[in-house]
Design a protein around this ligand. Structure first.
Ligand code: NAP
Length: 242
């Protein structure tokens, strides 16, 4: 079995996910680019390989358990274990509709990807993560999922009240706490990351931060030492309020 760390990032064909993959590859990890689109997933893996990194693609739609289980089989055959799982895949489709007018289909679709998708991935990958000497799960959340910040009229993004997106990230944070508790006596750490408002397709590139800045906290949590925390919510400056 290889001593090189094996990292899977969902939604890694572009945006913050691809940058996290690139930074982990630069640290020497073997990368599995999780992408629901075959062509762009392959392209992203090829881009890393052309820069001298080790990278493969796995077809994963986080809303489809069958693809997650198939990816777990593929990883088992290719690597035999998994050291890092980054639940990065996410969507934001509220279109600034007020809660009283938001269609339940938008709410359901957002939760399926941003919240339940992470549960699907953890459940599918857990047997592989348990084979690692020290696995790390990072749930890519958002400051918009913080109930404390949502209640604070002085919060920088207090006006951004997206029923589906914000509450799906709150749910994801709740899942971080539940899984970290279940796994507290294993070598697996589970944390939530807030990458900050970043210029990507998700927000029409209106974000003010770069993907390089956004990836920093995610990579930090993916590479925590054995003495590091589990069951927390962090941005690049440290713990933030749930
Ligand atoms: P992005 O460029 O739009 O990337 C989102 C990625 O998620 C894409 O690769 C997309 O794949 C993938 N994805 C969506 N649904 C999926 C599904 N069902 N299965 C698999 N992959 C799926 O946006 P981003 O800003 O990099 O977002 C990455 C994460 O950061 C998200 O969880 C987002 O909520 C979080 N975040 C972003 C910001 C920000 O300001 N940008 C702030 C806080 C948190 P396709 O290319 O196939 O659509």
């Amino acid at each position: 079995m290889t001593t090189q760390l094996i990292s899977l990032i969902t939604g890694a064909n572009k945006g913050i996910g691809f940058e996290v993959a690139r930074q982990l590859a630069t640290l020497g990890h073997s990368i599995i680019i999780g992408a629901r689109d075959e062509a762009s997933g392959r392209q992203a893996a090829e881009k890393l390989r052309s820069n001298g990194h080790r990278a493969v693609h796995a077809l994963i739609d986080v809303t489809d358990r069958v693809t997650a289980d198939a990816a777990a089989k593929q990883i088992d055959i290719q690597f035999g274990r998994l050291d890092v799982l980054i639940n990065n895949a996410g969507i934001s489709i509220d279109a600034r509709t007020v809660p009283s007018k938001l269609g339940l289909d938008i709410l359901r679709r957002t939760f399926e990807t941003n919240a339940f998708g992470a549960v699907t991935m953890i459940q599918s990958m857990l047997p592989l993560l348990l084979r690692s000497e020290g696995a790390r799960i990072v749930n890519v959340s958002s400051g918009l999922g913080s109930l404390t910040q949502n209640c604070d009229p002085e919060y920088e993004f207090a006006a951004v009240k997206l029923l589906a997106y914000n509450s799906s990230k709150t749910a994801l944070n709740a899942f971080t706490i539940q899984f970290s508790h279940e796994l507290r006596n294993t070598n697996i750490k589970v944390n939530s990351a807030d990458p900050g408002f970043t210029a990507t397709d998700l927000n029409g590139h209106r974000g003010t931060r770069t993907v390089e800045q956004a990836a920093k906290v995610i990579v930090h949590l993916a590479t925590l030492p054995a003495s590091g925390p589990s069951g927390g919510f962090f941005d690049e400056n440290g713990p933030i309020a749930w």
